[in-house]
Write a protein that binds this ligand. Sequence first.
Ligand code: HEM
Length: 186
Amino acid sequence: MDYLFDFPIHPIAVHFVIALSIFAAALDIWASFKSDAAIAQFAKLTTCFVAIAAVITIATGWFDHETWHATSQHHHDDASVIGLHMKLGIALAILFCGLAILRYRIKGLASKLYLLLILTGVTGITFQAYLGGELVYSEGIGVRATEEHRAEDKRPEDKRTEENRAEETLHNGSDHEHSHDTENHH
Ligand code: HEM
């Protein structure tokens, strides 16, 4: 596999957007309960970091996807898990960039609509993380050993060796029969 750093970089980035989005929502909910302006300010800043993390996550995901696509024997269509993961990821990054702008426009505590939107975003991120896990742990995308096994399955010389082995077995079998025949003849 030919990654930029010889390993997938997306799995490093994903944790930030997942953890920070939950943290930003929790801070705003906490601030609303306590009517605490200082925590609300902290929530605003955290939401900005979520937007930045989401853009970095998209970029790294895109990069790993392109590398996997170029080097893998497998191809996928839009309805596949990776297709859904890509589209949902882009939609979520747009949503969180919009939420960061919206949050800065709201003075003080977050509105109920904003809280509903960020909770929807967090639910989306959770589902997105589940899809990402499916890609790695069920489909083996980005897992070096899996790619090597796939390549081995497909390598023409391996197939040829297998064919040769099968031929040899056949040949030895007929030789064996032949020697039996000769022995019987004697
Ligand atoms: C908010 C955006 C995104 C989140 C939260 C996210 C999350 C994840 C997670 C949790 C994994 C599993 C990592 C592991 O367990 O090692 C993953 C894998 C993966 N994701 Fe995403 N993802 C996002 C966007 C994208 C986008 C836009 C793409 C572009 C196609 C993408 C492509 C991939 C690929 C190819 C993998 C397999 C591992 C690798 O080669 O990096 N992701 N993602």
